[in-house]
Design a protein around this ligand. Structure first.
Ligand code: ZN
Ligand code: ZN
Length: 114
């Protein structure tokens, strides 16, 4: 980062306002995408890194349900996420079955190279 001489940096960043109508805390952060200090700090206590936070947080964003991401990234085990998981597994198994030759060939190439 290049800091120009004489450039005065703002000492305090303006505090973000809480999203109107959203509950304060992790729920506000996750569901209503509020990034005010209260919601942020409440959300942060759910884990150290983003992945842990997503998995530990009891509030899952609505749009993730019924997707593979909901199952794997958010560790949601609701009916819709479970069925998405099953579908993905079936799809992956089917794909491997169809591309069996291709995969075997690739594995041979890989072994030959290394
Ligand atoms: Zn907030
Ligand atoms: Zn779910």
């Amino acid at each position: 980062m290049v800091v120009k001489e004489g450039l005065v940096m703002a000492k305090t960043r303006p505090t973000q306002l809480h999203v109107r109508g959203a509950p304060v805390g992790a729920e506000g952060y996750v569901i209503h995408l509020c990034r005010c200090p209260e919601c942020k700090s409440d959300y942060q206590k759910y884990g150290e890194n983003a992945r842990e936070r997503r998995r530990n947080c009891p509030w899952k964003p609505v749009h993730i349900h019924g997707t593979w991401s909901g199952y794997s990234n958010y560790a949601c085990r609701c009916e819709r996420c479970l069925s998405a998981c099953r579908k993905t597994y079936d799809y992956a198994a089917g794909w491997r079955e169809v591309n069996r030759e291709h995969l075997a060939e690739r594995a041979r190439d890989y072994r030959a190279k290394s």
